[in-house]
Structure formats: structure tokens, C-alpha cells
Ligand binder design. Structure first.
Ligand SMILES: O=C(O)CCC(=O)c1ccccc1C(=O)O
Ligand SMILES: [Mg+2]
Length: 372
């Protein structure tokens, strides 16, 4: 295939409820949509997951636009590509900027799946018909509110609940949840809010039968996590620390975690995500698919990835209506009793909702050979 035209759109989407973590709050989601067209007129879609500020990783909505426009699109336009795995090799000269790379690689995977008349899940080697999903609940203004939300999610059948913790908002909150809900599948995510000086606090969490503790220590650390894991009974799950299959290999060798959360954007695309999945499978490390408050296009990519066999733990891909008044795809993603059906039609299996996309778009640029 050759990409002949790429359209970038910058969208602003109001969220039903603001989402708060240890690093900040997202009340309105901004994202870029990548619509790529090949020489036969097939279009594929990708979505960026960077936020407006560099608080989860160093990327932002603006840096993803810059990288796409000035580096990644010029590298891809009119290049002959036989398989989407070649895209990450084409981008090898560009350091990091994983979210920008992943967004356009995702559009190439979508086109490839359509060309070969398979679902994106099949093209990736996935074999599940449906996936199990959980939900991630942000920090709330009171523990009572948090517990009410958890009860509602369990009532709706979500397979596990993740809550966000930070210093002074951890053991007491978990204890309160466990007093009311002793048996629910529960985990916590610290988004790097602790250091090894907090080991005593993190060890107290061992008493509450948590599925795992996600990313307690620094975003770029695997060494201290290995030290911590030796002194914790609960498995550590790494999120921010794993940006490539090489990071995953080193973390596994050091014993830094028992579980890995795979996010397509954080690791630079579906090809790298699949490599991490395969490495973890060979090393008996279970994985699950993380979330970045994606709109429908990114959510569809997550569903396809989660159909791979070592995604044995429920991920953070909740249904569209958990986040959005109106999603940008038809049909919207529906989670029923904690399951999402993996679409079987060619490509990502959801159609872009152009009316909604147009309404939410604040700027658009089209790239063809003549404009570069
Ligand atoms: O519902 C989702 O998409 C997952 C939400 C979530 O936990 C999250 C949201 C924004 C940034 C980082 C994270 C995270 O997994 O650490
Ligand atoms: Mg996380």
C-alpha cells in the first residue's frame, strides 16, 4: 500500500465527568484523529492519546501534531508498505514520541486489515470473540462517592475496579472500600506518586487482597520497582515505565513487576504492543490493555488488541457511554455485563460518525505529496 492523503483533525470532546489522577484532572478531552487514504481509496483511522499537558508522559496534543506534520507524515506519504510492521522501522530515526507514532501506525493497520479483508483483531492474530473489561475510577471528592460509583460499576457487571491512589489518599480509602465490599476484584493505580521512602505505606496495602498495585514509583524506573516488588506480596503492574519491548524485557529480567499494562500509544503502536504481549506470554507475565480515556477510534484499537490470547486480565476499556455523551463511532462501544464483543467485520469494525466528528473538530489539515 501507499498512503496518498492524510487528514489530521484536532477534536475537543466534553467528558461526562472529569477524571482525576495523582497528576491532574482531565475535564475535556483533546485528541487528534488521523484519517489516512491509500491509492485505492480505502481509509484507515487512528487517534492520539496524549493530553494537553505532559503529565502522564512528555507528549502533548501539540507535540503529537508537530511530530505528525513535520516528521512522521513526510516519512510515510507515498512510501510502499507491504505490512504495518514496517511502519515502526520507518520511524526508527525518530526518538520516542510514541503516541504520535502509534496514532498513524494504527491507521495503517486499519487499512491493512481492510485490504486483506480481516478484522483488525484477526490481522493482529487475536482469537477472542469477546473481551472482559473493568473500569478505572478517578479520585473523587469523598470516599462515600467513590464507594457508590464502585457499587454501580459492579452492579453493571464490570469485571474489576481500579481506583487511583496518592500519598494521604491510599490505605484509609482501600480499607473503607474493603469494609463494605470485601470480595470485589479491586486494584489500585498510583501513577508514580510514591518513592521507596514510602515502602511502609505500600506494604500496608498487602492486607487488602488487591489484584495488583499499578505504577507505584517513578515513570522511568524499573530498578526501584524491582527492590519494592521483593518486599511486597501484591504484584506490581507496570504502566508508565514500559515504553518498548526492550523495557519489558529488562523489567522481567530484574523482577520489577508481575503484570504489565499495555497501552498502544505509550509503546509506539500496535506492532510494539504485540511484541510486548508475545514476550510476556513467553515469560508467564499476564497483561491487560490500559486506557487513556480514548474516544471511539482509540477504543476500537484497544478492543482489537485485547483479543490476543495473553490479555488474560480485564482491562480499562469501558463502554463509550462511561465517558461520552456521544462517541465518534457507530455503533458506540457497548460493555454488557463486563463483556465487549470483538467486531468481526473488516478493519476496526466501527464506522466513524462524521457528523459528530465535524461538530467536535476545531482544526483540520490535509497532507498530500503536493503540500509537502
Ligand atoms: O478509563 C480509562 O481509559 C483509563 C483511565 C486511567 O486509569 C488513566 C487515565 C489517564 C491517564 C492514565 C491512566 C492510567 O491508566 O494510568
Ligand atoms: Mg496507569
Amino acid at each position: 500500500m501507499k498512503l496518498t492523503e492524510i487528514t489530521l483533525r484536532h477534536l475537543k470532546m466534553p467528558m461526562k465527568a472529569p477524571f482525576t489522577t495523582s497528576f491532574g484532572t482531565v475535564a475535556e478531552k483533546e485528541l487528534l484523529l488521523i484519517e489516512a487514504m491509500d491509492e485505492s481509496g480505502i481509509t484507515g483511522w487512528g487517534e492520539t492519546v496524549a493530553f494537553v499537558a505532559p503529565w502522564y508522559t512528555e507528549e502533548t496534543v501539540k507535540t503529537t501534531w508537530h511530530m505528525l506534520k513535520d516528521f512522521l507524515i513526510p516519512l510515510l506519504l507515498h512510501k510502499e508498505i507491504k505490512h504495518p510492521d514496517e511502519v515502526s522501522a520507518l520511524f526508527a530515526s525518530i526518538r520516542r514520541n510514541c503516541m504520535a507514532k502509534a496514532s498513524i501506525e494504527g491507521a495503517v493497520w486499519d487499512i491493512y486489515a481492510q485490504q486483506t479483508k480481516q478484522s483488525l483483531a484477526q490481522a493482529l492474530g487475536g482469537n477472542k470473540q469477546r473481551i472482559e473489561v473493568g473500569v478505572s475510577v478517578g479520585i473523587q471528592s469523598s470516599t462515600a462517592k467513590l464507594i457508590d460509583q464502585i457499587k454501580e460499576h459492579m452492579h453493571n457487571g464490570y469485571k474489576r475496579v481500579k481506583i487511583k491512589i496518592k500519598p494521604n489518599h491510599d490505605v484509609e480509602v482501600v480499607r473503607a472500600i474493603r469494609t463494605e465490599l470485601p470480595d470485589i476484584p479491586l486494584m489500585v493505580d498510583a501513577n508514580s506518586a510514591y518513592t521507596l521512602n514510602d515502602i511502609k505505606i505500600l506494604q500496608q496495602l498487602d492486607a487488602y487482597n488487591l489484584l495488583m498495585i499499578e505504577q507505584p514509583l517513578a515513570t522511568d524506573d524499573i530498578v526501584d520497582h524491582a527492590t519494592l516488588q521483593k518486599q511486597l506480596q501484591t504484584s506490581i503492574c507496570l504502566d508508565e515505565s514500559i515504553t518498548s519491548v526492550e523495557d519489558a524485557r529488562k523489567a522481567i529480567e530484574l523482577g520489577s513487576c508481575g503484570v504489565i499494562n499495555i497501552k498502544i500509544g505509550r509503546v509506539g503502536g500496535l506492532t510494539e504492543a504485540k511484541r510486548i504481549h508475545d514476550l510476556c506470554q513467553n515469560n508467564n507475565i499476564p497483561v491487560w490493555c490500559g486506557g487513556m480515556l480514548e474516544a471511539g477510534i482509540g477504543r476500537a484499537h484497544n478492543i482489537a488488541l485485547t483479543s490476543l490470547s495473553n490479555f488474560v486480565l480485564p482491562g480499562d476499556t469501558a463502554g463509550s457511554s462511561h465517558y461520552w455523551y456521544e462517541d465518534i463511532i457507530v455503533p458506540e462501544v457497548k460493555a454488557i455485563s463486563g463483556y465487549i464483543d470483538v467486531p468481526q467485520s473488516a478493519g476496526i469494525g466501527y464506522a466513524p460518525n462524521r457528523a459528530v466528528i465535524d461538530k467536535l473538530t476545531i482544526s483540520t489539515e490535509v497532507y498530500r505529496s503536493s503540500t509537502i
